[in-house]
Write a protein that binds this ligand. Sequence first.
Ligand code: LLP
Length: 417
Amino acid sequence: MFDTIPFQYTDDTLACEDVRLDELAATYGTPLFVTSSRSLVESYTAFELAFAGLPHFTCYSVKANFNLNVIRILGELGCGCDVNSGGELFRALKAGIKPEKIVFAGVGKKPEEIASALEAGVLLMKVESVSELHAIDRIAGELGMVAPVAVRINPNVTAETHPYITTGDSKEKFGIDEAELEEVFGLLGKLKNVTLKGLDMHIGSQIFDPDFYVEASVKLLDIFNSAKELGFCVDYLDIGGGFPVTYDPSKPATPIGQFAEKLIPILAPTGAKIIFEPGRYLVANASVLLTRILYRKRNHTGKEFFVVDAAMTELIRPALYHSHHEILSVVRHDSTIKADVVGPVCESSDFFARHREIDAAGEGELLAVLSAGAYGAVMSSNYNGRLRPAEVLVSGSEAKLVRKRETLEQLIQNEVF
Ligand code: LLP
């Protein structure tokens, strides 16, 4: 079990901070996301401590978990936000984040999204293509303003992680390729309604080796120096997110301090304000997905299944990336069995674990799927007519419902029939 997470057994029953998970399941039903506010505070504090030696600004990447309460807790600690759409911008503002603490990214921003972000007064509009630069210039002109932009570069660094979450490689759609930078800087010198404020990168997610950041940062700094030589005054260098967390205790994540140790000496001499965009690091281990065992079954080969009431519709990570999530029985058992933990959705990829040694819990008992705070609820869907689950936030001995379970009526509310 991870020591840093506030999900621990008390009297053989798993609790979130001081609240027993079986009580939460009885009150709010399952499947249920349970988030520890203490964990959010601890992760943010650890991140800030690691980078304390560097003038920086942390923008929580809202895409990891966009619950308003999660954003608000991090915002109250001083965090800004990285948003990727008009919807995420709306959420960040609703949660009380000041626009001047928001950076707006995304490879395909629609004109209305660009307009609403500029009108709101975001700190930086990321630019991911020459065409988008023209679009931002035109829209800013129509609004009678000058847009503060940051050019997202594609450093062509292939970070070692799951191929679906590597983003700084030339094969990928993200950022502006080195070959196009001359044109971009030329345009930035000419266009009247944009001003270059920052340079940006994001090389991927769940990256264990700090050297990938070093390699990409060195490239970013080269471009920073060229921009200065061209007469641009670049205030911000945005290093992106991607800092890893431990999902599997046998594969512990590189401590954040090791990233800071390598990055601070490279970034500090620039004199620029450094932006980080951690998502997963701040929220992944703050939540569990609580689910009830509906049925246990065993086939003729002796294979055991735990059929639970949560599915890939609530946590798609195992299906999509084959990612590992620890699974604990809420009430501890003395014996274990090897089983697949599967959901009710009609897809063979609807599993949380395969051939996993797991507590021999019985039908009707509860399991907790750990590390479900990042890219869990935000990636949920209604596939198979499933209702998005409820979410509860725990602080000490208090539990608060922060998202109601969807209803059948909500399932059809937008259909014209
Ligand atoms: N900044 C940008 C521009 C991003 O695209 C992302 C994530 C982040 C920051 C935050 O990355 P993080 O610190 O959370 O690694 N659904 C996948 C992860 C997709 C990440 C997308 N971009 C998963 O469940 O692993």
